[in-house]
Design a protein. Structure first.
Length: 314
């Protein structure tokens, strides 16, 4: 009787374990079914384009000719990059754009954020006022700045003429000033976002540290350099990396304001990719330029991370 009871108990336990296992499999299957659309979207929208772009970078493909016209050419596209004056000009302009917009924008944003945080009444108003250009339509911003930059009737040149400058710059129409004009717009439009990020970092600094420094007789400059700047280190690193990556992807301002001109004086890497791929229909060469851009941004980001790690270590 005891043996039969044990057998029955074992069978019941086995059936329960089997049922639990089946339920777990069903739950796992349901979970994967819910995740399937996301995985399919990632594969179709991210993985496949990246892999296909890498393949195209070693190929010659006229977009009009269809898939059947793809021809493998090896490293020819990459070899051509370093002899293409337009690509080299775009790379040079992109470096100038990055060097001027990133540090200058961050410096201005830091100064304004500190002033708003410590000395200005109506902080909420100034946060919104500086942030509005960042979320405004590019078309609206472009229209406003095109009017401001007008060579003869624009307020900027009218002001310069009132100061006695008889031949003010032509701005967007001048190859010597077109890139600088776009840089000014980019700094003005993006500074609101940077101010908000810096203000968030400033609110995390304990006021007790400033009070202790005041008791010790520290000047405002010493408080800024010994307390504010070091404690804003992570915020600065975050902004620098994100702005560095976005600066190499600038396209909309160039396409809308100057179209890369005059004489390619304001063309940048992404705009050059657009021209080769969708104007000249050379998708293979455009993909090679894209991977050059990927390598530049990746190396710059990696170098920034390594520098930040060394600072934290020391």
């Amino acid at each position: 009787m005891t043996m039969e009871t044990n057998k029955l108990s074992n069978r019941t336990a086995g059936a329960a374990a089997k049922s639990k296992w089946n339920n777990s499999k069903k739950e796992a299957l349901v979970g994967w079914l819910f995740l399937a659309p996301e995985f399919v979207g990632i594969v179709l929208l991210y993985v496949f384009p990246v892999v296909f772009s890498l393949y195209l970078s070693f190929s010659e493909w006229n977009l009009v000719g269809g898939i059947s016209s793809i021809k493998f050419v090896g490293l020819d596209n990459f070899a051509k990059l370093f002899d293409d004056e337009k690509v080299l000009m775009a790379l040079k302009n992109n470096l100038i754009y990055t060097v001027l917009t990133v540090p200058v924008g961050m410096l201005l944003a830091l100064i304004l954020a500190v002033l708003i945080h410590s000395r200005v009444y109506g902080k909420s108003y100034f946060k919104v006022a500086f942030f509005i250009p960042y979320i405004s339509s590019l078309v609206a911003l472009g229209a406003v700045w095109s009017a401001l930059y007008h060579p003869s009737k624009g307020p900027i040149n009218q002001f310069l003429i009132s100061l006695g400058i008889t031949d003010p710059p032509k701005w967007l129409a001048d190859s010597n000033y077109s890139l600088l004009s776009i840089i000014i717009i980019a700094i003005w439009a993006g500074i609101g976002y940077q101010i908000v990020i810096y203000l968030a970092g400033l609110t995390n600094i304990p006021e007790e540290m400033y009070e202790a420094a005041s008791i010790d007789g520290a000047s405002p400059w010493h408080k800024f350099t010994k307390i504010t700047l070091p404690l804003l280190g992570p915020t600065t690193s975050f902004l620098f990396i994100t702005l560095l990556m976005s600066s190499f992807k600038v396209f909309d301002l160039v396409a809308f304001m100057t179209g890369g001109g005059p004489n390619d004086s304001s063309t940048v890497i992404v705009f050059r990719i657009y021209e080769e791929g969708f104007r000249n229909f050379k998708m293979g060469y455009a993909s090679a330029i894209s991977w050059l851009l990927f390598a530049i941004v990746g190396l710059a980001t990696l170098a920034t991370w390594q520098l930040q790690k060394r600072k934290v270590h020391y």
